[in-house]
Design a protein around this ligand. Structure first.
Ligand code: NDP
Length: 263
């Protein structure tokens, strides 16, 4: 019998993970299916997962609850305290987080990144800050509200709310807020962004499928930019290999999964 994979989310209809994984499954001639599981109550993930699936991705809003339900958590997920990938290992739910490393793989063309400014202080910011720190990159957080800064300050990051912030020079600025996803809002006050854009080398956004006002502004300054589709692709590549005990070549998985973005 083939393997069964799914993505848990609420909502989940928009997800292109099934398409990405299907291209990889077909590319390697594997016998497997990948479905979407719409689930409002995240506490049910473990029972459904262990009963029905070999591996799964977890998306908004269930990454933290899935982390807490895992029998074992491996790698950087332990520090992020959220999982986006779960694997059924002999009836045990083992969790990983591939978001941060997926993002790092997506910015490989951006060279000499020593300093980063992360806009936002939510789950994605935490994943990115954790892997930047592990890679020795000096990381600063800038967020609209002060409350969310506490976990970052506790972990030793420089972290500011809008009112406290004095812009410096950064090699990379990443927008991890949802500003610009469904509106034309910028992720920080316009004059703050303008000041940072004058000194920055590269810009990235984790939002994909549209050009955010933030990236649009960067392009006007001729700054190299990248949107969130690379992160989506590479977190999926790493997740797929975890489903198959790292049997495959990441380059080959990438080649197959990329097809989901052009068809
Ligand atoms: P969270 O809800 O955990 O955090 C949202 C953050 O955005 C908070 O810091 C919040 O600030 C800030 N924010 C929201 N609206 C605004 C606004 N109008 N102006 C300024 N700041 C704002 O979200 P996630 O981290 O889970 O997701 C963030 C984004 O990442 C989403 O757009 C999601 O689609 C994307 N994403 C992309 C992935 C990919 O593979 N490319 C993977 C995962 C997520 P405050 O504290 O002030 O409320």
């Amino acid at each position: 019998m083939g393997k069964k994979f799914t993505i848990f989310g609420y909502p989940v209809e928009h997800s292109i993970s099934p398409k990405m994984h299907k291209f990889a499954i077909d590319g390697f001639n594997l016998e497997a299916t990948y479905s979407k599981t719409l689930l409002e109550d995240g506490t049910k993930i473990k029972d459904i997962f262990l009963r029905e699936f070999d591996g799964a991705n977890v998306t908004v809003p269930h990454k933290e609850i899935a982390y807490r339900l895992c029998d074992e958590v491996r790698g950087v997920a332990k520090e992020i305290e959220a999982v986006n990938t779960i694997v059924n290992k002999n009836g045990k739910m083992v969790g990983y987080n591939t978001d941060g490393d997926g993002f790092l793989n997506s910015i490989k063309d951006f060279k000499d990144i020593d300093t980063v400014l992360i806009l936002g202080a939510g789950g994605t910011a935490k994943a990115l800050a954790t892997v930047f720190k592990q890679s020795g990159v000096e990381t600063t957080i800038l967020n609209r509200s002060k409350e969310r800064l506490t976990p970052f300050l506790k972990r030793g990051f420089k972290a500011f709310c809008w009112e406290e912030f004095l812009p410096q020079k950064y090699n990379l600025i990443v927008n991890t807020t949802s500003a610009g996803l469904q509106n034309s809002t910028l992720p920080a006050p316009e004059d703050t962004i303008l000041k940072t854009l004058k000194k920055v080398d590269f810009l990235a956004d984790v939002i994909y499928g549209k050009e955010t006002p933030f990236l649009h502004m960067g392009k006007r300054f001729d700054i190299p930019t990248i949107d969130g589709s690379g992160m989506l692709l590479h977190q999926g590549v790493l997740a797929f290999n975890l489903f198959y005990e790292n049997r495959f070549d990441l380059g080959e998985i990438t080649k197959y999964m990329k097809k989901a973005f052009i068809s």
